[in-house]
Design a protein around this ligand. Sequence first.
Ligand code: FES
Length: 255
Amino acid sequence: MPSDDEPVDEGKRNFLKVMVAVSVIAAAGGAVKAVLQNVKTPVAGITSFPTMQLYWVPPNSTSSIPVPLKTADFPTNSPSIFVFDYPLQGEPNFLLKLADASGKPIKIESTEVTIPATGAKFMSAPGVGPDQNIVASSAICEHLGCVPPIIHYYTPGTPIPGHPGLVNTYKNGLIHCNCHGSTYDPLHGFAVVTGPTAKPLPNVVLEWDPVSDTLYVKSMVGPTIYGKPSDLSGGTPFPVGTTTTTVTDLGTPSS
Ligand code: FES
């Protein structure tokens, strides 16, 4: 042990200081790592379904700025794919205004729909608008998650790949997924018509304001969106204060 009279070895002292500091940092780092390993990555989401007004850029508009969508301007039985995000960003939904082959609007009533995968039942979202023929659903296939344009609405009388008999049986149009052949009935809660899907498309609950002729999205019913335990989590919420979602025309698919 050095006596008080011995000269202090500054180099040795500094070396020891550095080693102590390194040990402290290493220990702290290990503790932080342990804490981080025990903290689950937070799942982004929202606590309830937001109410959002549907906006769009009307066909032939001279402006690219979206405005409230009026049902009178929205095309009936359009072969074009119209989608909007809800309840989180990047989660597409179909918007459909349905009519029979002659163009006569089809009033769509709420009906009991079975989820074949579980046997559970739910009441479908009814049609809204002046003719009660406007409906919406998730546009993500409940089989393995294919999205538009490979899944889309086939207008009345349009042949459906792999299902020639369906045109006559379901003469008022169907949603079909070309990935593996699942088909859904938009007139009856987007129920399963053909597999391999074992779940209907989640229904979007719409509300029509007759004064302004505009549409609002309120919530969803039926199974959850494909691959999600909850419609409200596991995605990217809209920025706080967002009250509108924009309907986009993806165009008409070739098949
Ligand atoms: S993902 Fe749609 S049928 Fe398979």
